[in-house]
Design a protein around this ligand. Structure first.
Ligand SMILES: C[S@@+](CC[C@H](N)C(=O)[O-])C[C@H]1O[C@@H](n2cnc3c(N)ncnc32)[C@H](O)[C@@H]1O
Length: 213
């Protein structure tokens, strides 16, 4: 588990940047405010960061430009290849995933990710959150942006608002991957010892999740 969606990213790597910039009608709403979402993660981050699911390096590049120390983790060789072409040579992007990864030889003040956390099942999410506390300095935080839903009814209503014939990939994706309910993420963070847990909505799908240890 955890790496089960990698074939999606093998096939998506070349087009991914076009899609996040509005090139695919089906994903317009998912990636609405993409630049603002990444910028907000940067502004909420401290000085030393572990980033899960670097993808094509869009968040990584912004963190580096803002002067942060970044330890990037990305399981897809194809996504990593696109990222490495864009990023300065000194930036570390290692093969790993949210459950199994090498860590930098120092504690960091922030763990970040964008559009990644939903690749873990809810049980896997809860387990990794317990491990993440040990990577952070006292007062360190998690800043994750990802799709989540308030309730089963809200999820069904939102998915139902996209006609199947026009949005087949989006609907497949939303029903296949492990998009959590807000309460599941809140409980997982609380059980792992995080405080000051906050959620702010960035578009119809994506929420900024913040929590401090
Ligand atoms: C939708 S892309 C997001 C990329 C980038 N963070 C962004 O905001 O554009 C999801 C990324 O997560 C990676 N990924 C998939 N499963 C993962 C896992 N279990 N742990 C870490 N990354 C994963 C994929 O390979 C892909 O690069």
């Amino acid at each position: 588990m955890g790496r089960e969606f990698l074939t999606v990213f093998r096939d998506w790597a070349e087009d991914y940047d076009a899609v996040v910039s509005g090139g695919d009608q089906q994903y317009l709403d998912v990636f609405e405010n993409y630049d603002e979402i990444l910028d907000k993660i940067v502004s909420l981050s401290g000085e030393s960061v572990i980033e899960f699911g670097v993808g094509t390096g869009n968040l990584t590049g912004r963190l580096i430009l803002a002067g942060k120390e970044v330890w990037g983790i990305e399981p897809s060789i194809e996504m990593r290849r696109v990222a490495e072409e864009k990023l300065p040579a000194h930036v570390t992007v290692v093969d790993g995933d949210m459950q199994s990864f090498s860590v930098p030889p120092y504690r960091v003040d922030t763990l970040v990710s964008s559009y990644v956390f939903h690749h873990l099942t809810d049980n896997e999410k809860k387990t990794v959150l317990k491990d993440y506390a040990a990577l952070l300095i006292n007062g360190g935080k998690i800043v994750f942006a990802d799709t989540l839903f308030i309730s089963e009814e809200e999820k069904a209503k939102l998915i139902g608002s996209y006609p199947n014939q026009d949005y087949p990939d989006l609907i497949d994706d939303l029903n296949r991957e492990y998009y959590p309910y807000m309460s599941t993420v809140y409980d997982g963070l609380k059980e792992a010892g995080f405080k000051k847990i906050g959620f702010s909505q960035m578009n119809k799908f994506v929420w900024m999740i913040e929590a401090e240890i």
